[in-house]
Write a protein that binds this ligand. Structure first.
Ligand code: NAD
Length: 485
């Protein structure tokens, strides 16, 4: 089942990549297990303090060269990586499924999504040719120069282990930066596979380093204390995002934080309910609900809430939950046993509040970590299901009466990453979409992310953007020069 993993990673233990070398001489490591069936996938050897030092040196050295390369050279590398990812699509997808437990079809989509960022930035570099802009002014000559920010520290979460690295790395390379990547401890294999492809595609020594550790806090401290990290780009929970802000207070690197979400999914009385239900399946159950953009709070007009709920339940009952490698499976595993327990705990707490709980009653495999999908109908607004990021296949549904109430409920959260609105009226969609506080809005759609547009949140979902031109700007400094004319 996991042959693909060995094909791309090689037969040995998974190791860090530091200044052009794969470090396979370390003795302390951990075994990565697959949520698909609990089986051992790979042994990961952890980097030590001197590996971290060498990664910093390699990245600093590579930066001095890479920052001055022609746009066409950078574009060429990005295009080569894009082609390599496409050429190894099936193998990469099997690595993603093996370590996350997601359905293979979703893993294939993740590979395409990851590749699209390399392609988009490769094209952007050729399309926009200027890095210095001259500003018209009668008395002075003003120029603004775009310069790479420097050495970037990229920290990624477990749930999209290939795409999250790709989204950061593609922009960093395009901008002329070098990088040190720290993938999630539980899903480092996709990142290793990507770095292997990058080195084969011709990335220079030191340009992309990868550190595998079991203690991200001390790695982050060592890197930031060195004062040689110019930017930290983090994707993960709001809790860890805050810790990174605190850890950055002394050395003040530029920060980009892609944090947790609590997306409202608003269904108006005039919505096409079939469309709303089928998009809810995407927005809620993709990756078994373990996505930052996952619909977290269904806010449905009282007149259609019963029909919407029954429609969703019917579709939910048709989900086939299990081994992501099986062609019939439509919803894969949950990250860990602890995550399964947390989700069942949320459902139990809701049941104790007398909320109606509807389960899909799917047949779950005997091994691996799985959850039977659930709907909590008419949840109180104060419920944890509405307050917390659920991060699992539980659809929490509440009712609203008028438009103002729907907007107020949608905005009643500290998060502001994604939101969804469903209606047949273009006016209602634009009006309500305009008032909802979120970085990204889907109008009559549950799929909202692509390489061309900036991805990111507001409020406590973080700051900074990935993708689009804004995503490149996040890896650049703007230097203004003034001369008399
Ligand atoms: P997490 O915050 O637990 O971990 C994310 C990364 O941070 C991991 O690599 C982890 O090792 C590292 N980390 C942990 N403590 C650290 C520390 N003190 N210093 C530096 N790094 C540290 O998140 P997770 O469980 O891997 O992922 C799920 C979370 O990620 C959810 O909240 C989800 O919404 C969020 N997420 C956000 C986006 C987005 O683009 N906004 C995308 C995917 C996931």
């Amino acid at each position: 089942m996991f042959d693909g993993v060995k094909q791309i990673l090689g037969p040995d233990a998974a190791t860090s990549h530091v200044d052009g070398t794969w470090i396979n001489t370390r003795s302390v490591g951990a075994v990565i297990h697959s949520p698909v069936d609990g089986s051992a996938l790979y042994e990961v050897l952890h980097a030590e303090a001197d590996d971290v030092e060498r990664a910093l040196e390699g990245a600093s050295k590579a930066l001095r060269v890479w920052r001055h390369t022609e746009r066409s050279t950078r574009s060429g590398l990005l295009l080569a990586v894009y082609r390599a990812i496409k050429a190894h699509k099936e193998t990469l997808a099997s690595v993603v499924t093996a370590e996350t437990g997601k359905v293979l079809q979703e893993a294939l989509a993740e590979v395409d999504y990851a590749a699209s960022y390399f392609r988009w930035y490769a094209d952007l570099l050729l399309r926009s040719t200027e890095s210095v802009k001259l500003i018209e002014n009668a008395s002075r000559r003003l120029t603004v120069e775009r310069q790479p920010i420097g050495v970037c520290y990229l920290i990624t979460p477990w749930n999209f282990p290939l795409a999250m690295v790709a989204r950061k790395l593609s922009a960093a390379l395009a901008a002329g930066c070098s990088s040190i990547i720290k993938p999630s401890e539980s899903t480092p294999l996709s990142a290793i596979a990507l770095v292997r492809l990058l080195t084969k595609a011709g990335a220079m020594k030191g340009l992309v380093n990868l550190l595998l550790v079991d203690d991200p806090t001390s790695l982050t401290r060592q890197l930031l204390d060195s004062r040689r990290i110019d930017k930290v780009s983090f994707t993960g929970s709001t809790r860890v995002g805050r810790a990174i802000v605190a850890a950055s207070a002394e050395s003040l690197p530029r920060l980009s934080l892609e944090l947790g979400g609590n997306a409202p999914f608003v269904v108006l009385a005039d919505a096409d309910l079939d469309q709303a239900v089928s998009q809810a399946m995407v927005a809620k159950f993709r990756n078994a609900g373990q996505a930052c953009t996952a619909a977290n709070r269904f806010i449905v007009h009282r007149s259609v809430s019963e029909r919407f709920t029954q429609g969703l339940l019917k579709r939910m009952k048709s989900l086939v939950v299990g081994n992501g490698f099986a062609s019939t499976t439509t919803m894969g595993a949950i990250a860990s046993k602890a995550a399964v327990d947390r989700l069942e705990g949320l459902i139990d707490a809701e049941r104790r509040q007398d909320t109606e709980i509807l389960r899909a009653e799917t047949q779950l495999p005997n091994s691996g970590t799985y959850v039977d999908p659930a709907i909590a109908f008419r949840v109180p607004f104060s419920s944890r299901l509405f307050r917390d990021e659920i991060f699992g296949p539980i659809a929490a549904i509440a009712e609203f009466g008028d438009e103002e109430e729907a907007i107020e409920l949608a905005n009643d959260t500290e998060a502001g990453l994604a939101a969804y609105v469903f209606s047949r009226s273009p006016d209602s969609l634009r009006r309500i979409g305009g008032k909802i506080e979120a970085g990204m809005i889907g109008l009559n759609t549950g799929a909202i992310s692509s390489a061309e547009v900036p991805f990111g949140g507001i409020k406590m979902s973080g700051y900074g953007r990935e993708g689009g031109e804004a995503g490149l700007d996040d890896y650049l400094n703007f230097k203004a020069t003034t001369e008399p004319s």
